[in-house]
Ligand binder design. Structure first.
Ligand code: 13P
Length: 256
């Protein structure tokens, strides 16, 4: 497996933080620090902040993403946003299937699949999140579970479309807890995901496929996590809200 065959992507998931004014300030701080990044840099912000983020990211190497989208193009879906609404304003990335959406908002593998297909149809690049609970890890079913999540999420996704999909392996027990997976644990599961991609598509598609780790990744542990052969980037929550920390992770990805 050759890491050079794939794109490193560091994405911030701001979750439900920052208003439009604060968005401009934070991106204004981040932009000069990451201007020379050799990896792709993405900020996934709340829907309300998207126009401000797009404006602030103009002329920089930062791409802007949303944190979800609906599977229909329009209709009676109160509170939802369609994928084509996102592309209409210049959004290029979307996170789908984050564990917080699965846990608090009833997202299932089936709705994740529907949202992914809509996002790809609209031209977005998808960051698909998969990951296990602590209980599932202790039961020894992590790899099976993550394989199942991956397979269902990618139903009907062609090999050509796969070039616009990234998977973020996010162990639920590591999210926002300060408890990071060890580099070995992260590498192992990311490697297992790559095998699933090879089985679903082929070896070449698997080697070119970007897999991120997410879950308490920070300026201190990023280096070690990103040196794992199968870890090609990160999906960063808390640390993406601090410009210097986010920039440090991007530096680690570039050198990792
Ligand atoms: P933290 O980096 O805050 O643990 O969040 C990870 C995450 O959920 C990114 O999507």
């Amino acid at each position: 497996m050759n890491k050079d065959l794939r794109k490193a992507v560091i994405a911030g998931n701001w979750k439900m933080n920052k208003n439009p004014e604060q968005t401009k300030i934070l991106l204004g701080e981040v932009a000069p620090l990451v201007a020379n990044a050799k990896c792709d840099v993405v900020a996934c912000v709340p829907f309300l902040d998207l126009p401000a983020a797009l404006e602030a990211a103009k002329g920089t190497n930062i791409q802007i993403g949303a944190q979800n989208c609906h599977w229909e193009e329009s209709g009676a879906y109160t509170g939802e946003i369609a994928a084509n609404m996102l592309t209409s304003i210049g959004v290029t990335y979307v996170i789908i299937g984050h564990s917080e959406r699965r846990t608090y908002f009833g997202e299932t593998d089936e709705t994740v699949n529907k949202r992914i297909r809509a996002a790809l149809n609209a031209g977005l690049t998808v960051i698909l999140c998969v990951g296990e609970t602590l209980e599932q890890r202790e039961q020894g079913i992590t790899e099976e579970l993550v394989a199942l999540q991956t397979k269902i999420a990618l139903l009907g996704v062609t090999k050509e479309e796969l070039s616009r999909v990234i998977i973020a392996y996010e162990p639920i027990w590591a999210i926002g807890t300060g408890r990071t997976a060890t580099a070995e644990q992260a590498g192992e599961v990311c490697g297992a995901i790559r095998k699933v991609i090879a089985a679903l598509y082929d070896k070449q598609a698997a080697e070119a496929f970007t897999i991120q780790y997410g879950g308490s990744m920070n300026a201190k542990n990023a280096d070690e996590l990103l040196t794992q052969t199968d870890v090609d980037g990160g999906l960063i929550g808390g640390a993406s809200l601090k410009a210097a920390d986010f920039a440090e992770i991007i530096r680690a990805a570039t050198e990792g």
